[in-house]
Design a protein around this ligand. Structure first.
Ligand SMILES: C[S@@+](CC[C@H](N)C(=O)[O-])C[C@H]1O[C@@H](n2cnc3c(N)ncnc32)[C@H](O)[C@@H]1O
Length: 496
């Protein structure tokens, strides 16, 4: 088997990562918050993921969005085989896996897409492949369509470039599996660091960055770093390239980053707001945040809503609380520029209301305790969404059974040691994270929905034992699961 394909690691399958910001319901909620007209998810939509890895993102979305047609593309045959296998086993007919490199893809014409997403691809491929991705967007993104582009950017990633190049070169000469080659390169770098290499002396944060990266696992690191064309990109270049295709940057898929007051150092705000050129302003924001990764939203055509239409679109949105949400009260958000206090006057009634069940924005705004703070509601919901405490709900019909069929396979796989850590949540049109114990719980409840209390706890623990999975304080954790997570999962349709 080839180790690299066009400079990208091909020997090792990419881990089963899931990016919440790629869900259509999430993207639409952001477009709405940003005052842009969004595609209707009700009337059917087409979605394409470029560089889909093993396909879990697209599979979860296809299961939880029966109105959508999904196409997931990757040139790695192992990746596509995995995606196809799972799609067939879960009987998902609204997803197609295409094994092709981006150049082959561009050579074929076809229908347009309402959403094109590419996460973790654009700054890892050669400039010529980036041009092909842009060509695909130009050819296939519909007039109202949205592109979500996740990539490494400057300046946050720039200092790593010299170390990454060393790791790449070192891996060309070393032997063994990709994780072994990464480890050997990291060891060589560490020897340089311990020898007092100027790179580490003058940039002390590099040693920390490399140590932190190593904690993410060697498989992941191999994909991140064993790459010929690794290149953090300046946002202004990316914006200019997509502007030439008629695609404007409307904001970030990471909700916090759209709220300057809570994502930029306060003392930089005036200087940034004084910059009138959008490219320069965005570059200044990246400098202010020392931004390392971006998740850009590019919209084709001017889709700005009038004030009235924006208000209606916000009022129409529906929201659900997620199991990780804190109890009603003040909320502390941990941001890159420090802790941010969410006031109890706002978050107490908001969390209380969402805790009673999913609510529309209009219903929330009518609550007496929130009526006087309606102007802050959208920002508060965006922050709850960013923190993983709330999620927009689908307006379209929900198909619980197909999600639960996929969830059964994912839970079984996770117990057998496959690195699945998400389950489909049909009401969200998205997924929820699930650790090993929660995967075992899902597996039991999908088979025996009525089990509760001691019987549920013992069955889950027996299943974990049977698969050789050790969970600390399993009995207490199952109790917490039953009290906190299970009711939320049932509302969202994760389990019956
Ligand atoms: C870093 S992974 C990202 C996977 C997934 N999008 C995620 O973020 O979890 C990049 C993926 O792009 C694929 N890829 C890289 N270059 C490609 C090309 N030229 N054509 C098609 N797929 C490519 C790789 O096989 C890999 O699965």
């Amino acid at each position: 088997m080839q180790v690299w394909n066009q400079g990208y690691l091909a020997e090792l399958p990419y881990p089963h990562h899931v990016q919440p910001q790629l869900a259509p319901s999430w993207l639409v909620a952001l477009q709405t918050a940003l005052g842009q007209r969004a595609s209707s998810l009700l009337s059917g939509f087409r979605y394409c993921e470029l560089g889909c890895g093993q396909g879990l993102n697209s599979l979860l979305l296809a299961a939880s969005n029966p109105e959508g047609q999904f196409v997931a593309v990757d040139f790695n045959p192992q990746h596509i085989a995995h995606g196809r296998r799972l799609a067939a086993a879960a009987q998902l007919s609204n997803i197609e896996f295409v094994q092709a490199d981006f150049t082959e893809l561009l050579a074929h014409s076809g229908e347009g897409y309402d959403f094109i997403v590419a996460h973790g691809v654009y700054s890892w491929v050669a400039p010529a492949q980036r041009a092909v991705i842009r060509g695909f967007v130009e050819q296939r993104l519909n007039a109202n369509g949205l592109l979500c582009l996740g990539y490494m950017c400057q300046p946050g990633m720039a200092p790593l470039a010299a170390a990454q190049r060393f790791i790449w070169q070192h891996a060309q000469y070393s032997k063994g599996s990709p994780p072994q080659r990464v480890q050997a390169a990291l060891d060589a770098l560490q020897a340089l660091q311990q020898g007092g290499a100027g790179y580490f002396v003058e940039q002390p944060e590099m040693a920390r960055l490399l140590a932190r990266s190593a904690e993410q696992g060697l498989d992941y690191l191999a994909h991140e770093l064993l790459c010929e064309h690794w290149q953090p990109l300046p946002v202004a270049d990316v914006m200019a390239e997509f502007a030439s295709l008629g695609c404007q940057l409307i904001g970030s898929a990471i909700p916090l980053e759209n709220i300057d007051a809570v994502s930029l150092p306060g003392n930089c705000l005036a200087a940034i707001q004084g910059l009138t050129d959008p490219l320069l302003r965005e570059t200044a924001k990246d400098l202010a945040r020392n931004q390392a990764q971006r998740s850009d939203l590019y919209q084709r055509g001017d889709q700005a809503l009038s004030t009235m239409a924006h208000r209606h679109a916000l009022l129409d949105s529906c929201w659900a609380l997620l199991p990780a949400a804190p109890a009603p009260g003040a909320v502390e958000f941990s941001t890159r520029i420090g802790p941010l206090q969410g006031a109890a006057e706002l978050y107490q009634p908001l969390l209380q209301a969402l805790g009673e069940g999913p609510q529309s924005f209009a219903e929330l705004a009518r609550r007496p305790a929130l009526a006087a703070q309606v102007g802050q509601l959208s920002g508060a919901l965006q922050l709850l969404m960013w923190a993983g405490y709330a999620h927009p709900l689908l307006h379209s019909p929900v198909d619980v059974s197909r999600c639960q069929a996929l969830n059964r396979l994912l839970a079984e796989g996770a117990l057998q040691g496959v690195g699945y850590a998400h389950l489909a949540a049909p009401s969200l049109g998205a997924s929820v994270p699930a650790d090993k114990l929660e995967m075992a719980a899902a597996r039991v409840l999908l088979e025996h929905p009525q089990l509760r209390g001691v019987l549920l706890s013992e069955t889950i623990q027996a299943l974990l034992r049977r698969h050789g999975v050790t969970v600390e304080q399993a009995a207490e954790r199952v109790q917490q699961f039953e009290q906190r997570t299970l009711p939320g999962w049932q509302v969202l349709g994760v389990v019956p």
